[in-house]
Design a binder for this molecule. Structure first.
Ligand code: NAP
Length: 311
């Protein structure tokens, strides 16, 4: 069902979980086809420093996703006490390793490490996260290159559900390098008229109320409610938060996930909405695979088959 067929009343759910499965099938077959000519599968190196449990979960999700589509993953796990030079030396080895197409540093790094210096050490042509300065510049200039995974995942979702972007009024809440800024550039590249809101924006409600397409990446649970929404708007919730009530803590239950958008309030007003979980989240890992496979195609002289997913 397409968004244009819908009446307001209950929003179409943009199902990232389902699209991620579809795209993994596509990656599986592209990798199977290319591996014969390339004589090797794609390779993704993941660097983890310290023992942050959430990072551990993210890294193992990425390793499992690699295994599902046939990407070799190579984990370098440093202790909490590792210094920046050790991590950079490993990145330099991986930059030279012909079996590695993409390198990913799992964030956040321990505070003592120089995150900027470490990320800058990654060869931009192995930048699986698309966050290297050169690749952000390539996005700005609409040149081919790996793209920031979360906003690229949002664009893939919008495209899959044939949501029109050209000429639409888009508002992005959040201006981080990870999400908000590249998101705004990608929407602008598809001819939306884009405004960016941030923590110093005055009258957020009236700005978001103008949006045909609202992307929320503020990292503030429930910041967007019904009073922020133009009826019929498409609302993409990038935020993800684990909320554990006191009762749940006591009973040992799992935390509940929620986004930056008050789902129950916005659902009756929006024409389309991403759920949390199951919306944007699953797309982020898939786009990491898309970047890695696309870099592999480049490194091995194969035809590019994924450019429609690199906005
Ligand atoms: P971030 O680096 O903390 O950036 C948050 C942005 O939101 C900042 O630009 C900030 O403004 C702005 N902001 C904060 N409070 C605001 C307010 N009251 N009104 C308007 N703008 C406000 O966060 P991020 O890395 O971009 O991530 C944002 C959210 O997305 C987080 O919940 C994160 O967990 C989630 N996320 C999800 C995925 C996924 O795969 N689903 C991936 C990445 C991130 P200033 O610039 O003025 O400080």
């Amino acid at each position: 069902m397409l968004v244009k067929d819908l009446n307001i009343g209950m929003a179409l759910k943009l199902n990232g979980k389902k699209l991620a499965i579809e795209l993994e099938d596509r990656l599986l077959s592209d990798i199977a086809l290319g591996t014969e000519k390339a004589s090797r599968p794609p390779g993704l190196a993941v660097i983890r420093v310290g023992n942050d449990p959430a990072s551990g979960v993210y890294v193992s999700n990425k390793e499992r996703a690699c295994a599902r589509v046939g990407v070799n993953s190579f984990l370098s796990h440093f202790s909490e006490n590792a210094n920046s030079s050790e991590v950079i030396a490993r990145i330099q080895e991986l930059n030279r390793d012909d079996l590695v197409d993409g390198i990913l540093v799992q964030l956040p790094l321990p505070k003592e490490l120089n995150e900027q210096e470490i990320l800058a050490a990654i060869d931009p042509n192995k930048d699986a996260d698309g966050l290297h300065t050169l690749n952000l510049g390539r996005l700005l200039k609409s040149e081919r290159g790996p793209r920031s995974c979360t906003p690229a995942g949002v664009m893939a979702l919008l495209s899959r559900y044939e949501i029109p972007i050209e000429g639409k009024r888009a508002v992005v809440v959040g201006r981080s390098i990870l999400v908000g800024q590249p998101m705004a550039l990608m929407l602008q590249a598809q001819n939306a008229t884009v405004s960016i809101a941030h923590s110093r924006t005055k009258e957020l409600t009236s700005l978001t109320g103008e949006a045909d397409l609202l992307v929320v990446a503020a990292g503030r649970p429930g910041i967007i409610g019904s009073n922020h929404i133009k009826p019929g708007a498409v609302v993409v919730d990038v935020g993800i938060h684990r909320i554990l009530s006191t009762g749940e803590k006591e009973s040992g239950n799992k935390p509940k996930l929620c986004g930056d958008v008050l789902f129950e309030e916005v659902d009756p007003l929006a024409s389309a909405l991403t759920p949390v979980p199951g919306g944007v989240g699953p797309m982020t890992v898939t786009m990491l695979l898309v970047n890695t496979v696309s870099l592999w195609q480049e490194h091995c002289g194969l035809s590019y088959t994924l450019d429609d997913l690199l906005p």
